[in-house]
Design a protein around this ligand. Sequence first.
Ligand code: SF4
Ligand code: SF4
Length: 457
Amino acid sequence: MTDDLKDKRTFSRGVHPPESKHLTEDRPIEPGPGVGELSILLSQHIGAPCQAAVKKGDLVEAGQRIGECQAFVCAPVHAPVPGKVKELALKPHPVLGRCQAITIEAREPAPPSLPSFDLPTDFDPARYKPDEICEAVRDAGLVGMGGAGFPTSVKIQPDAKPPKHTLLVNGCECEPYITCDYRIMLEWTDQVLAGIRLAQRACGASKVFIGIEDNKPKAIEAMSAAIARAGSTSDVRVVPLQTKYPQGGERQLINAAIGQTVPTGGIPPMIGVVVINVATAAAIAGAVLHNRPLTHRVVTVTGEAIARPGNYYVPIGTPVEALIEFCGGVTEKSAKVVMGGPMMGLAIADLSTPITKTGGAVTVLTRHQIGQAKFERRQTACIRCGRCLEVCPENLNPTRIAHAVKSNLLDVAESHFIGACIECGCCSYVCPANIELTGYIKTGKIFLARQRKKMPA
Ligand code: SF4
Ligand code: SF4
């Protein structure tokens, strides 16, 4: 059932940057490049890193588990292709800088085939026990594919306390440029719905909402039609949301779609809500119905400097440079290569950085795209306009926090709830003085973590 499109919900504050999705939104998912060497990072999720289960020289088959878990909050990693383990070494990591990785020399560097998603004609999630679903999801190494990377089996486990009343499915894709989730909703619709129903069965939620922004009317239509086709799933509803950034943030999505608030410092399960992304839902169906480990994902390769932007199905571990080359390379001088989108993505200096389970996009930004003014206009003093306060979706005072970090007053930054910042970048985006508020806040968080010895110096 679809809500009235005129009655679109949203969260308070936030921004609406240019969407720039036209580059790839009409590009169907295609197989990406066949690559000779893939580096599988042993830390691709929130939680403990995996331990290598293979050594240099070992032969591996496609789908074989090559990284094992040593902790509950962890997800194993698998070989995307058959081949030989070339080395275990540190490789560039988009978040951590460097991380241990298993490099596999592919036996045949052939382009990946798109997966077949035939569902059983009599598919019924009630036939699967919640524990079985969780086990299949855990064995397949599933993590949140929208960016956060929390192990999915932990999220949807049946015996979790408190009980979960709502499963909220994130189909917002609010970051500019990125369209991988959009294409998944259009092309793998039944698979997404099957995964949602399996996740609902596992976590025991009685209500399911799929939040989709209104700049994706075809996705709203496709998911609504799939729900109607499935017949007995009247407890699953599509909720059209007003397009606004950062609506894909879990806290913002919960507020927008179901009007509940996650307390500051809390997580959604505390209020009985489980949030999963649409790509994760498709992967859940792959894991449970087809015994398919998470070895590939859809990546949007985009930016006005990319010759052939599109949505590509690629093995995890594919180097960014191979993807950019496959897309015809860059057609003009690029200013920044970002893993993710321009708002929350991370700029990378080393193009050998491999694609991870959470990496839904590679965006190549030119000087023009990131704004000539940003390059040429220097940061000036805060003019106390208050715009950063007006847009902060977490109701923080970004200028106070940034000033405290700049002055090395971390206790003051903490008293202004620096830890509650979701690093969405809205404050930096609107600041007329070009102050990199989010950058200061991220730096302050790193300093605090080091002070508490949770992060190496
Ligand atoms: S302070 Fe944090 S949460 Fe608030 S707008 Fe800035 S980056 Fe976003
Ligand atoms: S938006 Fe920039 S100039 Fe305006 S109050 Fe915030 S930090 Fe100061």
